[in-house]
Design a protein around this ligand. Sequence first.
Ligand SMILES: CSC[C@H]1O[C@@H](n2cnc3c(O)ncnc32)[C@H](O)[C@@H]1O
Ligand SMILES: [Zn+2]
Length: 428
Amino acid sequence: MTTLRIAGGRVLLPDMTVERADVLVDQAAGEVLAVGGTDQGDEHLDAEGSLVIPGLVNAHGHAAMTLLRGYADDKPLGAWLQEDIWPAEAELTPEDVRAGTELGIVEMIKSGTTAFADMYFEVEEVAAAVDSAGMRARLGHGIVTVGKDEAAARADVEESLAIAREFDGEAEGRLSTAVMPHSLTTVSEECLSMAVEGAREVGVPIHIHINETRDEVEPIVGERGIRPLEYADELGLLEEENFLAHGVHTDERGIELLAKTGMGVVHCPASNMKLASGMAPVQAMLDAGVSVGMGTDGAASNNDLDLFGELRDAAMIGKLAADDASAVPAEQVVEMATAGSAEAIGIDGGRIEAGANADLAVIDFDKPHLTPAHDPVSHLAYAVRGSDVRHTICDGEVLMRDREVLTLDEKEVRETAEKRAVELVGRA
Ligand SMILES: CSC[C@H]1O[C@@H](n2cnc3c(O)ncnc32)[C@H](O)[C@@H]1O
Ligand SMILES: [Zn+2]
């Protein structure tokens, strides 16, 4: 057994208290062995002046969209997708998706994220990138059936199921999958039912966008006389293992359905603000017992993959939405981006204790903007930036040491992504 000792720092414990402690990791098992006064360990990571936290979990995104960062801004979701993003995505090659995903992964590792959920195309490439980078991820092929004939639509669902079967449990268990219909308005009722049934057969969750904008709610109410979550419930989509992105336009009845069924919600505040989608009722969801995680969404609607920005945004917009400065407090957003996200996407993570997955981030608190440190949890929510992350560890492996990414060549990843992005938008 090779052990890694993260020594000399303070540690964020599952009850959100902070203690001076070392963390000893069994690298082969990828598990935390002990927290406190530990053995020396074979390898050492310095955490002096730093806080060891659970690796952040980005519970909703499209990593390869880093290639479209800054390509189309300042539009609402529908126009943004139809006028800019989908035409560009129609030109994507598997090599583009690999390059964009690697860039997204470098950005996530450098900002303390150790696991993420990803909905996209060319999932073989996404899986290969995650495997070689050493991260943990729940991946899936995004199904869109609007504009397709029946055979092509069914083939898209079949592809999502085949991908879910193929990659679940790969990369020594770091990869898991889900069936991923894009939304209730971009996938036909028949294909949504096929996806629900197929996911049950394969034994994986469903990941879908729901209640993101009013433009999604209105056609469903107009056509069916019920709101999106009631429609999703009729389809059998609201299950404890499933999770939806956004949930902005969720009313009281919708919150009740989420709480009753255990369906997880992934809050993406930056994307919701940028696309002017609205303010999710996060405090009301939490009060009702809904499982809430956090996500960045893609880099074209955020425009970065630094989850620390999401923590701050969630705490800020949560107060505005509830008209209450005590709503969505610091501890709550830290919980949401760690244990909450892990629970929502169904992976083991988000806590530091013996036996837990060794997915960790070490934050350097020796910074002007983190001085004084009255309350480290307050700083995590309101003041820490991704660039304050010193080391990132996933499954016991050090992915970044003293800000040097060890599993990917950052310079090469950036150069390749830059070149492919320029060529991609040239073709679009
Ligand atoms: C079918 S793969 C995923 C699909 O989703 C698109 N997308 C990116 N961001 C959003 C968002 O906020 N709402 C809905 N859809 C989004 C992405 O461009 C892919 O086409
Ligand atoms: Zn999305």
